[in-house]
Design a protein around this ligand. Structure first.
Ligand code: IPE
Ligand code: IPE
Ligand code: MG
Ligand code: MG
Length: 324
């Protein structure tokens, strides 16, 4: 059995029921929206966020209707942010297919992202899930802040390791923490448990984004989105931040000038990637990722043993070992 199927085992029926629940939210009378929605529904992605909602709910109580609303709302928002992210990053590939902006242009992608976002918010309102709405709206606000901070740093190229963690916490970990918190909230878990689940999600989310940033330095084309793209966008992530802080001043100047002036030049980008690989950037980053992974596991260990807990542990391992 594949790892993901194994992780899903305690929530198999819930994940199956989730599918129609999710697509139901996207019905529209506008033909163009129907075409684009169908295209999106064909390539689902890993569905890590709904899995996290259901497993967190199961870990702390009995899965309820509110758990479905949370899972659906969060996956809708996640999809919306990916559609917008590919516009912002000018990326033309997502989940192994063309991105929405590649096929229908940015104008349409922005509007479709907005549509997904508002359908998510409406679902929470229609079902009176104000608690979930609060958690998730905070996450959306933080994501926008994180993305803007990232853009600011890519203009100035003065990012530090500390700011890097701030960016990835805001743009990725907050939404992952919203999954684990909303899951626990949907089964009326105690404030202590809610707090633990938030911590768990935050550590897991940081490890998840570090892994995503490592992918960018790999040669593989298995992950379904382009690699080397971060440097093309002048986006400095941990592997690069580390080597720049630990090399000769002259080298630092040389690399920064490539990023500033030649970030669209594939040969020059490859040179930066090689420099990072040859100077311990990957090892250092991997080590940091494992630290966060272990922090996440330590929080989980404060819960009693159960199927859901075993699956969550496997999901943590999967996050740092995955191939896409
Ligand atoms: C991608 O998230 C965006 C990041 C936060 C790095 P996922 O890797 O979970 O995307 P899908 O849903 O599986 O495509
Ligand atoms: C992830 O950002 C998307 C958000 C968190 C909004 P990236 O730009 O780093 O992710 P990928 O690599 O395109 O999925
Ligand atoms: Mg991107
Ligand atoms: Mg981005």
């Amino acid at each position: 059995m594949s790892i993901v199927n194994n992780i899903k085992r305690p929530i198999k029926t819930e994940m199956e029921r989730f599918e129609p629940f999710f697509s139901e939210q996207l019905k529209s009378k506008i033909p163009l929206l129907g075409i684009i929605t169908n295209y999106i529904l064909r390539r689902k992605g890993k569905q890590m966020r709904p899995m996290l909602v259901f497993l967190s709910a199961k870990l702390t109580g009995t899965i309820s209707e509110a758990s479905y609303v949370s899972a659906t709302l969060i996956e809708l928002l996640h999809t919306a942010t990916l559609i917008h992210d590919d516009v912002v990053d000018e990326t033309y590939q997502r989940r192994g297919l063309f991105s929405i902006n590649a096929l229908w242009k940015s104008k349409i992608a922005v509007l479709v992202g907005d549509y997904f976002l508002s359908r998510g918010l409406m679902l929470a309102l229609d079902t009176d899930q104000i608690g979930v709405l609060k958690v998730v709206s905070t996450a959306v606000k933080e994501m926008a802040e994180g993305e803007l901070l990232q853009i600011e740093k890519s203009r100035k190229l003065d990012i530090t390791e500390e700011v890097y963690y701030e960016i990835i916490t805001k743009k990725t970990a907050t939404l992952i923490a919203a999954c684990t918190t909303a899951g626990a909230h949907s089964v009326n878990a105690s404030p202590e448990k809610l707090d633990l689940m938030k911590q768990f999600g935050t550590y897991l989310g940081i490890a998840f984004q570090i892994k995503d940033d490592l992918f960018d330095y790999e040669k593989t084309d298995l992950i379904g989105k382009p690699t080397g793209n971060d440097i093309r966008e002048k986006k400095m992530t941990l592997p690069l931040i580390y080597v720049l802080n630990n090399c000769e001043k002259k080298e630092r100047k040389r690399i920064l000038s490539i990023i500033r002036r030649h970030h669209k030049n594939d040969k020059k980008v490859a040179e930066v990637i090689e420099f990072v690989r040859n100077n311990g950037g990957i090892e250092y980053t991997h080590e940091k990722m494992i630290n966060y992974k272990n922090k996440a596991l330590a929080v989980l260990d404060q819960f009693e043993d159960s199927d859901a807990k075993q699956s969550l542990k496997q999901l943590v391992d999967f996050t740092t070992e995955r191939k896409k």
